[in-house]
Design a binder for this molecule. Sequence first.
Ligand SMILES: [Mn+2]
Length: 377
Amino acid sequence: MDRLVLGCGSVGRSFVERLLDRPGSLLVLVDEERRAKTLRDAGIDARGVDTTDPAAVRTVAGEVDSVIVAHDDPEQTRNFVGVAREAYPDAFVLACVAPDATGDTAAIEARADRVVTYTDPTTEFLLDRAGDGGIRTRRLQRVLRNIDGTLAVVAHDNPDPDAIASAVGLKRIAEAAGTDAEACYYGNINHQENRALVNLLEYDLRNLTPESDLSEFGGFALVDHSRPGVNDGLPEDTDVDIVVDHHPPRAPIEARFVDLRSDVGSTSTLILGYLDHLDIDPDAALATGLLYGVRTDTKAFSREVPRRTSTPPPTSSSSSTEAPSNASNRRVRPGKRWTSSQTPSSTDGDKKTFSPRVSANSPTGTRYRRPRTNCWR
Ligand SMILES: [Mn+2]
């Protein structure tokens, strides 16, 4: 689940309606089944549950990336933020309050990741980002920072290029978060190509054996597989901190951070996404390994490669007179705010343009989305 909305009064309802046309999944939890049914009748996925009980919320909603709390009553908002934080310690919690909210807003601010009012210009931006990969990356970073000691980033047994590059990539991300890490594997690297990959790129990999003393590690991350003791040499009861994988799981996965996307072609793709969101430039060796990981696991981009679903906006020369035609006008003015109907059509230095009313001009009616954001850095 990308986004969970807790408590849905009239304020919450207006937020939910603003969220409905955004990409990603959305679930609304309310106290009474009767109100859930009213929302479902309006086409909103809603369920009735005791929203004061974090365990019940978690059971019904499962894993979520972001929780949005928007209740008319600030007191209730405070309670829901508490429930959200307890149910989902790593989720991004966004609280929306009225501009003239009275009472204990400090308590809301203390536990939510962001508090906005619905007149705040950043609200639309944050609603867009809730459920977005940038937030997932921020949660990964939070878990990495809390590792006490050296993180063992463990690839699966006899690792293939995707597992090797992902382990080296996650080690790099951990180090950027201030956590020491080692890229590890059990078994052997047998294939000549894989040996050449490790040797030519001078990867520093640690070969663990059943005799290895694991107590020297402060945490464990699994890449390109998801369960300790299954396709790696770790004890099955290893307390796993992080799982990053693209294989469909055969059993529930337990870890403090789990990013398991079976519709993605390689684990290297997921690692590249984090590097991108964190603005970490991989060195040539890491970039080469990750590219090789993507290539081999996707059979040279022919397998599990997402189809392009959005249509770029028309260029300013071909669109209507509403689009700015003068080159100097096409530059982004500092301080200009984007709204959901004004999306910058390019991030390329000289060519930053605005294409107003993109969705209206787009032949398919889908809103063009900028491929990456610079939020959460
Ligand atoms: Mn793989």
